[in-house]
Design a protein around this ligand. Structure first.
Ligand SMILES: C[S@@+](CC[C@H](N)C(=O)[O-])C[C@H]1O[C@@H](n2cnc3c(N)ncnc32)[C@H](O)[C@@H]1O
Length: 224
């Protein structure tokens, strides 16, 4: 879930044009949807959600970085949900639909829940949504995540302010705990991936901290 501190998405992102380049995907307002510097993070996410093998769900294709990494773990099935028509077109043009273990679902995750099953690993990373959307997604975890499964999400909440980011990390962990999930936050140093040149031509620096906290969530019932 990626938003900015002003929360100024007007809900139009999914109807607007997007631009793909080698190192980023941008919306029509020159805000970045996804950037290549996140590749090591996405690889770490894939490792976390694929650690139990089986059936994997990814919400939000973006540049396909996490999906590429998920494929390295040869999951039994790999379901991708993508809502933007142009990103979806790219998913198809880049051959994802031809892979035997990949199922692509076009639509907002909110609208395609009935097409989803139960998964061993789930990653959630959308754009243009709010904290409330992430919270709403978490309400569906008891159905979407199999017992013993691993869940994770892009943890970009207040990524420009260390204090508020830590507050959000606690808040989301507490909310997940109330739903019966424990959250482990794995610190990953990202300073070296983030030179000033990374942000050239970018309107909103959505991440400015030296450490990224990658959440790994599991049902607390499984550890009893
Ligand atoms: C930040 S990108 C995902 C990046 C991806 N993790 C990667 O490794 O490249 C967010 C993606 O979520 C998609 N998206 C936004 N809202 C969505 C929704 N409600 N349901 C499904 N996909 C959505 C966007 O179109 C975009 O492709």
């Amino acid at each position: 879930m990626r938003t900015n501190e002003n929360g100024d998405f007007d809900g139009a992102y999914l109807e607007d044009r997007v631009t793909f380049s080698e190192d980023k995907l941008m919306d029509s307002d020159s805000k970045v949807v996804m950037m290549a510097w996140e590749k090591p993070l996405m690889e770490a996410y894939a490792k976390a959600v694929c650690s139990g093998g089986g059936h994997i769900l990814n919400i939000g294709f973006g540049m396909g970085l996490v999906d590429t990494a998920i494929q390295q773990y040869a999951p039994v099935t790999h379901t991708i949900v993508e809502a933007h028509p142009e990103v979806y077109k790219r998913v198809l043009h880049t051959g994802w639909g031809d892979k035997d273990n990949v199922k692509i679902i076009f639509g907002r995750w909110q609208d395609v829940l009935s097409q989803l099953e139960s998964y061993d690993g789930i990653f959630f990373d959308t754009y243009g949504e709010y904290y409330e959307d992430l919270r709403e997604f978490h309400q569906h975890l008891p159905i979407l995540l199999k017992p013993g499964g691993n869940y994770s999400f892009f943890n970009g909440l207040c990524g420009g302010n260390a204090f508020f980011h830590v507050v959000y990390c606690h808040l989301v962990s507490l909310e997940l705990e109330n739903l019966g999930y424990s959250t482990q936050l794995i610190p990953l140093p990202v300073k070296d991936c983030l030179g000033e040149e990374v942000w050239e031509g970018v309107k909103h620096k959505y991440w400015q901290l030296d450490t990224y906290y990658l959440p790994v969530c599991q049902s607390m019932q499984d550890s009893e």
